[in-house]
Design a protein around this ligand. Structure first.
Ligand code: NAP
Length: 245
């Protein structure tokens, strides 16, 4: 059953940036399917915080690196809401190493989650959005996809790939009124960056003109802006304190 409320799938919504995106969309009255990989407690906590804002929010454990995982997200959204108006491809991982030490498995794992997962979810979203002649897709890229970063050949490839896919799909879906954009966060305070050694953090901070790390909410605000922007498509918005300019 379709309804008049907006509904979204946010992948990797249990923690960090994805959690902040879920809360920001909930504050806009958007119902949610919240994807996560394995952290059930965090996913339940995010869903409860969203429900407290008056929306339907359900966590779905689903590995975006697999077609079955992505399909589980869309099947649940169909059951709950009858449609998916908004897709935020946020799930992402790092497996950093210098190339001489980087295993093929670590290359593949990062590409499978960050790039293939985004492709699979966009493919599943496209048909319904084209049919309804409306829809919003926002993908999480990174400044690393724009500038590269030593020790992140795999991650940079995935995030640069996300930009290429974003622009290509924006062209494909524009005639149907569907927009596809990307955000490119810089150095944001989440579990992902908490793992960085102190010396690397200090060096990164020096490269940020605004001089501080970003917050997940800074990225979420930009995602909501793009979701609410009917005349913006194919863009990559850096949320990085000036890092990549
Ligand atoms: P995070 O705190 O590490 O959270 C990652 C999220 O992705 C979690 O919800 C995790 O679920 C989920 N996830 C991981 N692998 C998955 C898989 N195979 N299938 C489904 N879900 C999966 O990361 P974050 O820092 O918020 O980053 C979010 C996105 O922003 C990523 O795409 C990242 O590359 C991008 N980004 C982050 C930064 C930064 O500075 N933090 C900068 C640029 C871009 P569980 O909780 O179940 O593990």
């Amino acid at each position: 059953m379709e309804n008049n409320r907006r509904s979204a799938i946010v992948t990797g919504g249990s923690r960090g940036i994805g959690r902040a995106v879920c809360l920001a969309l909930a504050a806009e009255g958007v119902d949610l399917v919240i994807g996560y990989a394995g952290n059930e407690a965090a996913a339940e906590e995010t869903a409860a915080a969203c429900r407290a804002l008056g929306v339907t929010a359900e966590p779905v454990r689903a590995d975006v690196a697999t077609e079955a995982g992505c399909k589980a997200l869309f099947d649940r959204a169909d059951e709950l809401f009858g449609k998916t108006d908004i897709l935020v491809n946020n799930a992402g991982i790092t497996r950093d190493n210098l190339i001489v030490r980087m295993s093929e498995a670590d290359f593949d794992a990062v590409l499978d989650t960050n790039l293939r997962g985004t492709f699979l979810c966009m493919k599943l979203a496209a048909r319904g959005m084209m049919r309804r002649r409306s829809g919003r897709i926002v993908n999480l890229s990174s400044v690393v996809g724009l500038r590269g970063n030593a020790g992140q050949v795999n991650y940079a490839a995935s995030k640069a790939g996300v930009i290429g896919m974003t622009k290509s799909l924006a062209r494909e879906l524009a005639p149907r009124g569907v927009t596809v954009n990307a955000v490119a966060p810089g150095f944001i305070d989440t579990d992902m960056t908490a793992a960085l050694p102190e010396a690397v953090r200090a060096e990164l901070l020096k490269s940020i003109p605004l001089g501080t790390m970003g917050k997940p909410e800074d990225v979420a605000q930009a995602v909501v802006f793009l979701v609410n922007a009917p005349y913006i498509t194919g863009q990559v918005l850096a949320i990085d304190g000036g890092m990549a300019m």
